[in-house]
Design a protein around this ligand. Structure first.
Ligand code: KMT
Ligand code: NI
Length: 171
């Protein structure tokens, strides 16, 4: 894992876009973003049990796996959005970037690789992209039924209950 402020320069979303300004795990935690490293699946199983997560699936995001729709999917994941539930991702292979909004509404880029697990709180604005390797294998954990509905950023979401709760707790 490596986290830093995004440079906001033009160029493919899959490039590092590292401004050189590092962000540590304490700063991430202040945004409600929790990072874990689990070289052993037992750690993931325990975290899932502790938080009442009963279900999981695995996804490979790559041109080999997705074919023609890969580029569209990657663009879709990169649209700024929030969810009304926590988002937990455990990386099994490859790499990817989660970008999350800072208190100042700037992008913090979190680079994840194998054995990294990230928890995004409900209501945080974020986006995801693969990196230049165009390959990530991730486990998605969910409490009950999969509910991946992304709510794209817009002023209307200011009144969303989960958004308001997030803003009240962290911003
Ligand atoms: C997401 O929420 O954007 C994804 O699930 C992307 C693929 S999993 C790393
Ligand atoms: Ni999401």
């Amino acid at each position: 894992m490596k986290a830093y402020m995004y440079d906001n320069l033009p160029g493919d979303q899959r490039l590092p876009h590292d401004s050189g300004r590092a962000v540590d795990t304490d700063e991430l935690a202040k945004l409600g973003v929790l990072y874990y490293h689990f070289p052993d699946i037992d750690g993931v199983n325990k975290l899932a049990a502790d938080r009442g997560y009963k279900n999981r699936d695995e996804i490979v995001v790559s041109p080999e796996k997705m074919g023609d729709v890969y580029e569209d999917k990657v663009k879709m994941f990169f649209n700024e959005h929030l969810h009304e539930d926590e988002e937990i991702r455990y990386i099994r292979g490859g790499q990817g970037y989660f970008d999350v909004r800072s208190k100042d509404d700037e992008w913090v880029r979190v680079r994840l690789e194998k054995d990294d697990l990230l928890i995004l709180p409900a209501g945080i604005y974020h986006r995801f992209t693969t990196d230049e390797s165009n390959y990530v294998h991730a486990m998605r954990l969910f409490q009950d039924e999969p509910k991946w509905t992304p709510l794209n950023r817009c002023p209307d979401l200011d009144t969303n209950a989960q958004r308001q709760e997030y803003v009240g707790q962290y911003l």
